[in-house]
Write a protein that binds this ligand. Structure first.
Ligand code: INI
Length: 159
């Protein structure tokens, strides 16, 4: 109970010690996605996850992320799934369809299974923007996504 406002609050804490987290990572633009993966794993370990409670699977491109995320959701049933990819704007509109379908599919996986499925797919105009967001540290977008996964999973556990 929040004393000041007299409302009931449900917050997700940062404790990953009791969680099983799956990560689906795209190998397309791997110079970006692998540092995002490192960031996500750093965050999970920093928050005390057990090593064998991290399950990582690799897909070719961001377009393939949703189908694998959904299969993992229904078979392994982890507490959360972190979907890592990188789509960079190119001269044709191919990138748009890839990014759009990845976003729609990841959201569909979350809503249809009830398992927090985190959108850690960078969609940038340039490679430089993607590099900036995948540098080591707490501003690495993979690190931030893992924080979101832990919090959401811990909210679900309270509901
Ligand atoms: N996949 C990405 O993850 N990022 C991209 O920038 C990208 N572009 O721009 O083409 C991309 N394409 C591959 C796509 O995800 C599928 O793997 C491919 O279309 C086969 O289904």
């Amino acid at each position: 109970m929040n004393e000041q406002n007299n409302v009931q609050e449900i917050r997700g804490n940062h404790d990953a010690s009791g969680l099983k987290i799956a990560i689906v990572v795209s190998e397309f633009n791997s110079n970006i996605t692998l540092p995002l993966l490192e960031g996500a794993i750093d965050c999970l370990k920093h928050n005390k996850i057990l090593n064998n409670n991290i399950i990582v699977s690799y897909v070719s491109g961001a377009f393939e992320i949703p189908v694998i995320a959904k299969k993992i959701a229904t078979s392994i049933k982890p507490d959360a799934i972190i979907c890592i990819g990188c789509v960079i704007k190119h001269e044709t509109d191919h990138y748009f369809h890839v990014a759009n379908q990845a976003a729609i599919g990841i959201a569909e996986c979350a809503l249809s299974t009830g398992i927090p499925t985190i959108f850690s797919v960078l969609t940038t105009l340039t490679e430089e923007q993607a590099i900036e967001r995948s540098k080591p540290g707490k501003e690495n977008k993979g690190y931030e996504s893992a924080e979101a996964a832990i919090k959401a999973a811990n909210i679900i556990k309270q509901l």
